[in-house]
Design a protein around this ligand. Structure first.
Ligand code: GLC
Ligand code: CA
Length: 535
């Protein structure tokens, strides 16, 4: 694979801050209890005031909604519950007037089992779609190594491989190493896989032509099967990037892969760090190992090295080629960032997230510290994820400004907590999480050093110490960031190798950086941060 060519998309990504919208829960404009595209259009001024310059909208296409829309039955049509293709075109255009680009969700790996392609593929007679999905050679082939198999579901004398839930049959992109003992496993260049790739390109072209600025690619690493190092899947995406570079050079793609060292050389402009692969990202906010403490925990018992030891090699491997995206969370992650955190604690988290290299993504509601709700019955295949998909809390009205439908008709109930955070209340409070996020986004956008490709270097980052200090730099501008998530003051002497003679405060605690005869020290009170420009 050749190195990916730099693209003009990199220009707008450089200062981009993204916001993920779960469309069914954001804003219901017509009172039917479910969020919709006009609801998003209504809220564009709010998003603009927040300072975000990119949106990612979860799948909004026709679907039986058994996995909240990640089970698509028509890739070319907006689901009627959200509006029409024309509404989406309007959203693209209106957003763009405010400098906001919109990305859609590309569910490349599978369809709904209700998709007409799959219905045809299930038939006994050979047809155009026979090889569009992965079928075993006979209904009596009950299992395949390392793969799920759905048995006896079709008229066809064969079983299919699902990609996620059983009703999400995997599209056939072939096998990197087809098993000679299982001839039903096709090569990546067999006619079926080739046709599926062409169709995927057609889908992308369709939405690019309507005005989409790019895609978040669902399960991007899942396409080619038996592809242990991801090489064949990476080669596929590399072809797509080469095509985009030629025909749609200003559009961008972000992958749900969480392997930036694979995804970015393959051609993705950005790749998410996510909880499902290694522990580094989880260790920031949601550690799962028994007895583990998050780095952003006021006990100060967390360890920033758990994150950095994983992040640094990924950053080094992708620097100059693409960006690592660190999200506040997403529609799959519980708890939400705001769970159990007060506005001061959240301010420290955002000071970090919005001054790191790469491209930040804010999950809707996280900008007000919205909390997840436990114990709800599963909605549309959400299961344990349902509580992180609640209606956005705009104001103090009964439906929280999300809708005007009677409570019983809402997509999901409103968080019943009396102290649930709302946009309206936080607008009034200069120290609210909302206003802190706004200030920090504006700071990022005013300083190239803080943007996507500004250099990043650790300054103080040791196990057993809560204080984390790092430097960002670009074109002669140097900025130092210090965060202290612990509920006690912290202090550290900066290494003598970091040279500067002045520290001008940009955000957070004043006077945190002090110089004496031995050099610079940083002192931060409990749960606080400081951002300074140095010279
Ligand atoms: C991704 C989505 C998730 C969905 C799954 C199957 O992980 O983020 O919500 O259920 O893919 O498409
Ligand atoms: Ca609606």
């Amino acid at each position: 694979m050749n190195a990916v060519e730099p693209s003009p998309a990199a220009d707008w990504l450089e200062h981009a801050v993204f916001y993920e919208i779960y469309p069914q829960s954001f804003r219901d404009s017509n009172g039917d209890g479910i969020g919709d595209l006009h609801g998003i259009i209504e809220k564009l001024p709010y998003l603009h005031s927040l300072g975000v310059t990119g949106l990612w909208i979860n799948p909004c296409f026709e679907s039986p909604f058994r996995d909240a829309g990640y089970d698509i039955s028509d890739f070319y049509r907006v689901a009627p519950r959200y509006g029409t293709n024309e509404d989406l075109r309007t959203l693209f255009a209106e957003a763009r007037k405010l400098g906001i680009r919109v990305m859609l969700d590309l569910v490349a790996g599978h369809t709904s089992d209700q998709h007409p392609w799959f219905r045809e593929s299930q038939r006994h007679e050979r047809n155009r779609y026979t090889d569009w999905y992965i079928w075993t050679d006979s209904v009596w082939t009950w299992s395949a190594p390392n793969q799920q198999v759905v048995v006896g579901a079709a008229e066809r004398d064969a079983n299919y491989i699902p990609n996620f839930f059983y009703f999400q049959p995997a599209l056939n992109y072939g096998y990197a190493q087809p098993d000679p003992k299982a001839p039903w496993q096709q090569a990546v260049d067999a006619p079926g896989p080739r046709a599926v790739r062409e169709e995927l390109k057609k889908i992308m072209r369709f939405w690019f032509d309507l005005g989409a600025s790019g895609f978040r690619v669902d399960m991007a690493g899942s396409l080619v099967k038996n592809d242990p190092d991801g090489r064949a899947t990476a080669a596929l995406w590399h072809d797509f990037r080469t095509w985009m570079h030629r025909e749609y050079p200003d559009r961008a793609m972000v992958s749900e892969w969480s392997q930036p060292q694979v995804a970015i050389p393959a051609g993705f402009h950005m790749d998410f760090l996510l909880p499902f692969s290694k522990p580094g990202y989880k260790s920031l906010f949601r550690p799962t190992a028994p007895g583990a403490t998050a780095y952003f925990d006021p006990s100060g018992l967390g360890d920033i090295r758990q994150f950095l030891d994983e992040f640094e090699p990924l950053y080094a491997a992708t620097k100059g080629q693409g960006f690592i995206a660190i999200p506040t969370g997403n529609h799959d992650t519980v708890p939400r960032l705001g769970d159990g955190k007060d506005p001061r604690e959240l301010a420290v988290v955002y000071a970090f997230l919005l001054t790191m290299p790469g491209v930040p993504f804010i999950y809707y509601g996280d900008e007000i510290g919205m909390r997840s709700v436990a114990g709800l019955p599963s909605k549309e295949g959400g299961f344990g994820r349902t509580g992180a998909r609640m209606p956005m809390q705009w104001d103090a009205s009964p439906d929280a400004g999300f809708s005007t439908a009677p409570a019983g008709r809402l997509y999901l109930p409103i968080d019943s907590a009396a102290d649930r955070p709302t946009v309206a209340a936080q607008e009034m409070d200069p120290h609210s999480t909302l206003n802190t996020v706004r200030t920090l986004i504006a700071l990022r956008q005013a300083h190239p050093a803080l943007q996507a490709s500004g250099a990043f270097a650790e300054v103080v980052a040791r196990s057993g110490e809560a204080l984390f200090v790092y430097e960002r730099a670009s074109r002669g501008e140097r900025i130092m960031v210090a965060v202290n998530p612990a509920a006690r003051p912290c202090e550290a002497r900066l290494p003598a190798t970091v040279e500067f003679s002045e520290a001008r405060q940009l955000a957070g605690e004043a006077g945190a950086f002090q110089c004496d005869a031995q050099g610079w020290t940083v002192q931060l009170p409990a749960v606080s941060y400081a951002v300074v420009e140095i010279e």
